[in-house]
Design a protein around this ligand. Sequence first.
Ligand code: AMP
Ligand code: MG
Length: 425
Amino acid sequence: MSVIGFDEALRTILSAVRSLTAENVALGQALGRVAADTVVAEEDAVPFPRSAMDGYAVRARECALATQSNPIELPVAGHVFAEEGEASLAPGTALAIMTGAPVPRGADAVIPHERTEQLDDSIRIFAPVAPGDSVFPPGEDFRRGDELIAAGEILNPGKLALLAFAGKPSVRAIRRPRVAIVCTGNELVDVAAMPMHGQVRNSNAVALSALVLAAGAEPRYEGVARDSRAALSAMLQRAQLGADMLITSGGASAGERDLVKGALTDLGAEFHFTTVAMRPGRPFGFAKWGGMPVCVLPGNPAAAFTCFQKLVRPALSRLSGRCDTELPRLHARLDADLHGRPGRPHFVLARVRCEAKGFVAEPLANQCSALVRTAADANAIVTVRETSVGSTGLRRGDVIEVEVFDWSSVFRAPCETHLAKEPAA
Ligand code: AMP
Ligand code: MG
């Protein structure tokens, strides 16, 4: 067994995984995808000066002497609507104009409706206007040649709208990774089944599928392989077809029934490492199988969850073409002492909350890797670095960096339900 340090494990994975190829994606399907190319505007947006208000297009110099006591009166010669194309303003007149309509030739300012007095066929103006008042100049949004999207950026709603406005119905985006998930363990039963003595329900299939989906990739759950070489080999071979990554859960350590690494090796996968100095998650292994990355996770639910967040998620980010491979961090005040262990970092599941004086991180009381509940209650990971024997790790009150995997719950007050109740019978 080759044990490597956590940092080296992460480096090894990131240098072994490349971004997938790009494809054309319609804007409606592109939310959350990673732009493969830099996109540049081919035209000014918008190319004409537009009215910023509902009001009257005028020549500013004709209104220069207007005052409250000595207003200027201009006849209204007609209307300009946005869709009607180009109009022109005759000297000594005003044109009623709608928001967004092109400023007519000859006009250089718009006076908002509410700053005029409307008579039958004319308006009165009580204050001067400056050229450009209430007019959006051409190219205010962006100009031809401006960068709209940089390669590697994540396409959020605002960026998709920008591409739409620039006349791009589709965008080149990195393909979503297709991730095959294989669970193993003779004791596992289906979620809907009643476990017999010694059996447990399979929670990792759901956890890993959801984690893959949340990371912007496409999970494909293959099922549970029995703990035998033959069953594992058959399912692994089927799973790798058409997959960009393979994740296995369970059977990863050194017990009699832990056959995954051996089965993969027999099938031709080459392990870069088979054990990582980390807690939890020591049995984590990483291989390449015909060019495809394979992440072998331990079955213990909290360990599988932490391994995903710390090692699989970065690999998926890399495959998806994202620049950022780590979880986003914040600074928080630690709510408890955490002891360091010699030899390996401890990734502690914690709950971060936002208080008036800043963020507070509360490590969950039970860090046992066999629990399912811990990941459900947590929203963040606190890293307690490996220490030389005898040092303390982290102290209550220390301000530390925390990695957050569920932002919405950081800011959420305890939930009072807003769900509609069935009316009482
Ligand atoms: P293993 O890694 O196969 O030695 O499994 C370690 C522990 O995790 C055992 O108690 C298993 O029952 C449990 N376990 C393994 N796979 C799953 C799973 N898919 N869902 C829930 N628990 C699991
Ligand atoms: Mg097992």
